[in-house]
Unconditional design. Structure first.
Length: 100
C-alpha cells in the first residue's frame, strides 16, 4: 500500500488578480461646466519612468504622469496660480495610491 502524505501544494500567484486589485478609476478633473479631463491610471512602465525624472523637471513629470491628457491638462492649468500644480500632482498621487 502506498503511503499518503499531506503535503501542501505550492501557492500559485495569478497576474490577473494583481491587475484586478490594482485597477483604479481614472482621475477626472472638472475644468469647467462643460469640460472634464480624464487621466487614466499610470502603468508600471510609467511609474518606473517617473522614478527617473529629476525633481527639477516638473513638466516632464506631469507629462509622463498624465500621458495623452497632457496637452489638454496643461492648457487648462498653464495660467493658474503656481500652487495649483503642486496640489494637482499631490491629488493625482493620492488618487492612484502612489504615496505623497
Amino acid at each position: 500500500m502506498a503511503k499518503r502524505t499531506t503535503k501542501k501544494a505550492p501557492k500559485t500567484y495569478d497576474l490577473r488578480t494583481y491587475v484586478q486589485e490594482a485597477t483604479k478609476a481614472p482621475f477626472d478633473l472638472l475644468v469647467d461646466d462643460e469640460t472634464t479631463i480624464s487621466v487614466p491610471a499610470p502603468s508600471v512602465r510609467v511609474i518606473l519612468e517617473l522614478a527617473k525624472v529629476p525633481e527639477d523637471e516638473p513638466l516632464e513629470l506631469l507629462e509622463l504622469f498624465v500621458g495623452d491628457s497632457f496637452e489638454d491638462l496643461f492648457d487648462a492649468i498653464g495660467d493658474c496660480p503656481a500652487g495649483v500644480f503642486e496640489k494637482l500632482l499631490e491629488d493625482l498621487r493620492k488618487h492612484f495610491g502612489l504615496g505623497e
